[in-house]
Design a protein around this ligand. Structure first.
Ligand code: E4P
Length: 216
C-alpha cells in the first residue's frame, strides 16, 4: 500500500517527501481553503514538481459540463494532475468524458461498494472511500475497504482504491491489511508512523549505556 499525503500545505509535503515514502498527494477544497494567499493552480503545480507523482485537485462545479471544463483546465496544469470528482450522477458523466480523453480521475466521497463499482465502470482511475467519516456515524469504514477490494479483485477491476479520511495509525494498518492500494494520510498521522514508546525507551537506554561507558 502506497502512502499519499492529504494536504495542500507545502511545509508538510516537503517534510514527508524527505522521508522518501511519499508517492502522491490529495487535496480537497477544505484543505486548499486552509492555505492563505495561494493560487490553487500554482500550488498544484508546485506540489507536482516536488513529488513527481499523482496529485489530486478537486473540481468545484456540481454539473457535468462545469466539472468537465474545470477538469480539462486542471489536467493541463501538469502531467501528474488527477482530477478529483465527487460521486454523483453528474460526476459520473464527467468521469466518463474525462477518462475518454485520457484524463485521470479520482472519484471522492465514496461511502459504499456500489458507488465504488459504479465509479470504476464510469472510468475512474482511483476511488476514495472515506473511512473516518463512516466511523463517525457508527459504521466500520475498514469493512468498506475490504469489501471494495474483494469486489474489484473478483471482477478484475483495475481502478485503484485510495483509503481516505484516515484519522489514526490504526486506520493505516487496517487499510493496508484490507488491501487498499493507497492510503492518503494527514500530516499529523504520518508523523506518528515512526514512533513507538519502546523505540524511545530503547534510544534512551542506548544513550545512557553509551554515556556511562564513555564517562569512565
Ligand atoms: C480524501 O481525498 C479527502 O481529502 C480526505 O481524506 C477527507 O478526510 P476528512 O474526513 O478527514 O476530511
Amino acid at each position: 500500500m502506497k502512502y499519499f499525503i492529504d494536504t495542500a500545505n507545502m511545509d508538510e509535503i516537503k517534510d514527508i517527501h524527505e522521508w522518501g515514502v511519499l508517492r502522491g498527494v490529495t487535496t480537497n477544497p477544505s484543505l486548499v481553503a486552509k492555505e492563505k494567499d495561494i493560487s490553487f493552480h500554482d500550488r498544484l503545480v508546485e506540489i507536482c514538481e516536488l513529488v513527481q507523482g499523482p496529485v489530486s485537485g478537486e473540481v468545484i462545479a456540481l454539473d457535468a459540463a462545469g466539472m468537465i471544463e474545470e477538469g480539462r483546465e486542471l489536467a493541463k496544469l501538469h502531467e501528474h494532475i488527477i482530477v478529483k470528482i465527487p460521486m454523483t450522477d453528474e460526476g459520473m458523466k464527467a468521469v466518463n468524458v474525462l477518462s475518454s480523453e485520457g484524463i485521470k480521475t479520482n472519484v471522492t466521497l465514496v461511502f459504499n461498494t456500489v458507488q465504488a463499482l459504479t465509479a470504476a465502470h464510469a472510468g475512474a482511475t482511483y476511488v476514495s472511500p472515506f473511512i473516518g467519516r463512516l466511523d463517525d456515524i457508527g459504521l466500520d469504514g475498514m469493512d468498506l475497504i475490504a469489501d471494495i477490494r474483494h469486489i474489484f479483485t473478483i471482477h478484475g477491476i483495475g481502478t485503484e482504491i485510495i483509503a481516505a479520511s484516515i484519522r489514526n495509525e490504526g486506520h493505516v494498518h487496517g487499510a493496508a491489511a484490507a488491501g487498499a492500494d493507497i492510503a492518503t494520510i494527514p500530516y499529523k498521522v504520518l508523523k506518528k508512523l515512526t514512533s513507538h514508546p519502546l523505540t524511545d525507551k530503547g534510544i534512551d537506554q542506548f544513550l545512557k549505556d553509551w554515556n556511562s561507558q564513555k564517562g569512565q
